[in-house]
Design a protein around this ligand. Sequence first.
Ligand code: SF4
Length: 379
Amino acid sequence: MEAVYIHIPFCMKKCNYCDFYSLPVNTVGVLKEEYCAAVKKEIEMYAREFDKSNQVKSIYFGGGTPTVLPVGELTGILKRLYASFPVANDAEITVECNPGTVDLDYFRRLKDAGVNRISIGAQASQDSLLEKMGRIHRWRDTVRTISQARQAGLENINFDLIYGLPGQTIDQWKESLRDTLSLEVPHIAAYGLKLEPDTPWGRALELGKLEVPDQDISADMLEAAIDLLLGADYLHYEISNFAYSGFPSRHNIVYWKNHDYLGVGAAAASHTGHIRRTNVPSLTEYIGALKQGHFPVGEEEFLDQETEMAETIFLGLRLLSGIDRDEFRARFGVNLIDKYSVQVEKLCWKGLLELTPTRIRLSRKGLFLGNEVFLEFLP
Ligand code: SF4
């Protein structure tokens, strides 16, 4: 197992645009502790199932907001992972946190337990936008959080930023990028807002009560991010992700290469062998299943070779280095260019894809029209 993801489905409160499975922590009472016990049990049960000859190279606590839990709960889960799976000495161990839920002591205890990467949900540097989004923090909290993480010796830090927010101007977006650059974090993820219908903002959009920047403005915002961050020595290594040399996210690269990972926790997804499993998105059902000694799986799907190949292509094309054609042939026994000759020819002709002697990748134009490219490869 190359990577393990642990989902912590609690937040201080729900943000207006969020469709991740998470609940306000003050509404769950003792289920919080029961949930952590269930996560440890799920880890132990999976450890008995899997061949443990491969070392785990990445562990990622996501959510939700993992840091709304007492730090001892997170370090307890991490200890159980160490006891159950062979974890590489240099494994990347990331915890997502939100400003306003952590302090210096919290970071020190994470570091002592082996955590070596922090991902901070900064989102924007304008307090007016943060308030509209329903975030609990303000920009000064983000600045304090990063300084406390560094004081604790946690230097490998990611910042999540969002563009395409309702009412956000391109100047505000550039200001958020410049404010972030002044903090010199080694990794920045710049995501375009996508509104799902089942969120307060999604519903307001459907009712015509909310306006978001149009596609052209969003493309300009991505272009501004690319120009500013490349000018500040970041490597643009995935459509939405930028890093100093040596700091790309090892965990997310497992997803983009469509390699195996185990997802633990309510609503977490796994890709193991040719199986995709998604756990039940319900706290009580998740805890209940594990109390009875069952895997808390909600959906399970066998991935045939056509599906695996298509997914490997559209995930791999998100990386700016693209897909290694020899690696693809070694994995599937198929020449990518022969198998998808119609799609590749059409997309190269449109200037969205580029072929090199060893790789296939998005062109600069293709970066902005990724969905058009990915749709062509759907099985
Ligand atoms: S903090 Fe993150 S996970 Fe929690 S509600 Fe807000 S966006 Fe969703």
